[in-house]
Design a protein around this ligand. Structure first.
Ligand code: ADE
Ligand code: ZN
Length: 349
């Protein structure tokens, strides 16, 4: 059911406020990408480390990227300040506070362990810190948060199996697995067996595909990895048969407009294909990806994208509804959030 009050009666001037206040879920956000420069410097000082930039402003000035790989190089360097459980807790808590302020009711957080084990921090430390912040956020902020372990696709299948093995004692703290890092030259099929194993463990499956990479990578994420959601997926629009498949199977796409802008997937936000995706019947959602690096959290993604593409309150409703429907929440919880969303739109004055 839709809200009783016609959504068209909401005036365009009220749209930014509507976007900010509407209940939503965030389904594509890498926790290491939420590490703000201020916290990076603070953690470095606490751990007796240095950041190779003079100050916060100098670091922020370095956040100019020509493509995904240029970003990943800086992003991985930033993770070097994360050493102990409290560091992972503090980073996650900071994100969850911001998400709650953006009226995010539920978030599914990406993280990886391979980056951290690669420089001597155990998977236990990473997962324990993230999980403890999620538990506290539920109790203190009223926001629910689940964790998705991403494998790094530029590394080997054996290393992904090792990461899954190291996460086994924490299976109850994970909702799913994903696939992230450098896309071009790293098609999904290398990870078919590790995804099959994760599926056998009862985990949900997602993968980054069609961010910079071709539609073929989305096909193989669906057919070889058997994912339930595609992260980004904006390149799908180049392949009509693929769009038909995604629509038929109601495969959600977690779109990240400011990320796409900052990584030059689209030259301008006004050229983003989100409207075409929605018009084609795709279950698209709006997310922040790496908000500390790309200039904004989820509400900033909504407000800038709506302004650039001249989207309407009806689009806002659809995107918020999609965010809950595309989540890995139980059906009864999804229904409750749908009611809450309808109530919000009905009472928005
Ligand atoms: N890891 C963090 N952000 C990413 C992105 N946008 N694409 C792939 N891997 C990532
Ligand atoms: Zn991502």
């Amino acid at each position: 059911m839709n809200p009783m009050k016609p959504i068209q009666s909401i005036s365009p001037e009220r749209l930014p406020e509507l976007l900010r206040r509407m209940p939503k879920a965030e389904l594509h956000m890498h926790i290491e990408g939420s590490l703000e420069p201020e916290l990076m410097f603070a953690l470095a000082a606490r751990n007796g480390l240095t950041v190779p930039y003079d100050d916060v402003e100098a670091l922020r000035r370095a956040y100019v990227f020509g493509n995904l790989q240029e970003f990943l190089d800086i992003y991985h360097a930033g993770t070097m300040v994360l050493r102990c459980e409290q560091d992972f807790y503090d980073m996650t808590w900071a994100y969850l506070q911001r998400a709650a302020a953006d009226h995010v009711l539920h978030t599914e957080i990406f993280f990886d362990t391979q980056t951290h084990t690669g420089h001597g921090v155990s998977a236990d430390v990473v997962i324990s810190g993230l999980h403890r912040a999620c538990v506290d956020a539920q109790a203190q902020l009223g926001i629910s948060a689940s964790l998705i372990l991403c494998f790094l696709r530029h590394l080997s299948e054996a290393e992904a199996f090792e990461a899954l093995e190291q996460a086994m004692p924490h299976l109850d703290k994970l909702v799913g697995v994903g696939l992230a890092s450098s896309e071009l030259g790293h098609p999904p099929e290398k990870f078919a067996r590790v995804f099959a194993k994760a599926r056998g463990l009862g985990l949900h499956l997602v993968a980054h595909a069609g961010e910079e990479g071709p539609p073929a990578y989305i096909w193989s994420a669906l057919d070889a990895l058997k994912v339930e959601r595609i992260d980004h997926g904006v390149q799908a629009m180049k392949d009509a048969a693929l769009v038909a498949r995604l629509v038929k199977d109601k495969i959600p796409l977690t779109v990240c407009p400011l990320s796409n802008l900052k990584l030059r997937v689209f030259p301008q936000l006004a050229q983003h294909n989100l409207v075409q995706m929605l018009d084609a019947g795709l279950v698209a959602t709006v997310n922040s990806d790496d908000p500390a690096y790309f200039g904004g959290y989820v509400n900033e993604n909504f407000t800038q994208t709506f302004a650039a593409l001249q989207l309407t309150a009806q689009h806002a409703y659809q995107l918020a509804l999609n965010s809950f429907e595309a989540s890995f929440l139980d059906a009864s919880v999804k229904l409750a959030y749908r009611h809450r969303l309808n109530e919000f739109f009905e009472t928005f004055v």
